[in-house]
Design a binder for this molecule. Sequence first.
Ligand SMILES: [Zn+2]
Length: 263
Amino acid sequence: MPMITNLTSEFMPLHYVFCNYSILVVDSDNFGLPSDEVVKKCFEHQVVIDWFGEPEFRYTAIALEDDCPAPSGCKWVPIRSLFEKGNSGNEQIICAARAHSLLKWRKKKRYCPKCGTLMIDDKYETARFCPKCQDKLYPQVTPAMIVLVEKGDEILLARHTVRNNDVYTCLAGFIEPGESAEQAVVREIREEVGIEVQNIRYVTSQAWPFPDQLMIAFKADFKCGEIVPKEDEIEEAKWFTRDNLPPIPKEGSVAWSLITGEL
Ligand SMILES: [Zn+2]
């Protein structure tokens, strides 16, 4: 999977500054980015733990140490919030998501998994390179599926026991080795709520860089079975009509678009 750009230690005009899963902005409504001055201060105060530039996209990505307070005039906003209100097609936001994923990837791939040598950025493409065993590691994308199960005008939504347990959402899960996305749909639905589906249709996909998922969205029709929520994972799963929806995930997520019928 060679990528067309390679990472550089040159500074670019756009500054994406991150702390964990937040990004630094001066103006969250218009996605105003911090100035050169702010970034210079971050370096002076030695709170930068990693950074790189991507000339093709004109940005420098900068990771600050955990719990770093926002420099004056700036504020941290969750990266997820950038995806709200249908922003996910915005080019700058796509780049910010890319920058964030690449920073997380670099953090995970500091050392060669074969020999433990400190890895460096590859000269020619977006990859990490081991100077000892000459191996390259490319950025990773983790495929996951999300599915809206339909039964007439009803849709199946579930509330999880731990993660985001204040909302009802579509079933979702990672695609396992050897599986097609459609096979993962069948398996996850069977495992999580004990029902069978048919007529599985691909709807769309969405990058979900927390840190590196690609959500592949489907719809499927109910075939048979009784709902039996998986213990320890699903608190409750029920059929809803769209005129009587419970609390659901925020706008901007593919789940929101599936549930509201936008897709
Ligand atoms: Zn190595």
